[in-house]
Design a protein around this ligand. Structure first.
Ligand code: ADP
Length: 192
């Protein structure tokens, strides 16, 4: 059973166990330790969630991103959050999906979640909200992307490093992702 409740973020969330939640809405409004941005390799801003994050954070975010020399696909970098209510932004670069190379795409997407979680631990951040990396313009099929997200987060939370994290929030923005996470989360994270 997935009890709907009004979570600490003041919105309807579903809590699957005490360390995992899914929320439907705009990631830029969340007052968590870190939000994870679906950036591109330049880190110089783009459309989708990246555009929304840069608009809400203000121009200082772009100025800091310019100092980072981009980011490889499957990797992550961290910045301050400026005008956003969260403390830090972790920018990760998902793969542009290609059904010619599904395995390579999966490895990269897994790298996004892993590297973002590792950065969070390194910076002492405990509550992390993920956007649905690569599922927008980059075209990663929602079911497959949500499966990679859930399995990678589950493995990380079960590791020694993962014990340092309090909560992971999957942020869904469009109906197809809401459906996928509601389908998959109870399988990966049975209620505690
Ligand atoms: P990508 O290029 O990695 O596919 P997109 O930004 O196009 O990145 O999409 C990634 C996901 O972010 C998509 O599921 C999209 O619906 C979602 N999204 C877009 N805007 C927001 C937002 N403001 N808050 C949370 N998620 C968002």
């Amino acid at each position: 059973m997935n009890p709907s409740l009004l979570g600490p973020l003041g919105r309807a969330t579903s809590a699957y166990n005490d360390r995992i939640a899914v929320i439907s809405g705009d990631i830029t409004t969340l007052a968590v330790d870190a939000i994870v941005n679906a950036a591109n390799t330049s880190l110089l801003g783009g459309g989708g969630v990246d555009g929304a994050i840069h608009r809400a954070a203000g121009p200082d975010l772009l100025a800091e991103c310019r100092t980072l020399n981009g980011c490889a696909t499957g990797s992550s970098k961290i910045t301050d959050a400026y005008r956003l209510p969260c403390r830090k932004v972790i920018h990760t670069v998902g793969p542009v999906y290609s059904d010619l190379y599904p395995q390579r795409c999966e490895t990269s997407l897994r790298g996004c979640y892993q590297s973002a979680l590792q950065l969070a631990v390194q910076h002492g951040l405990k509550t992390i909200a993920f956007s649905a990396i690569s599922t927008g313009v980059y075209g990663y099929p929602s079911y497959d992307a949500a499966t990679v997200a859930c399995s990678t987060v589950k493995a990380f939370l079960g590791s020694d490093e993962g014990e340092k994290l309090d909560k992971i929030i999957f942020v869904t923005f469009v109906e197809k992702d809401v459906r996928m996470y509601n389908l998959l989360l109870p399988r990966f994270f049975p209620p505690s």
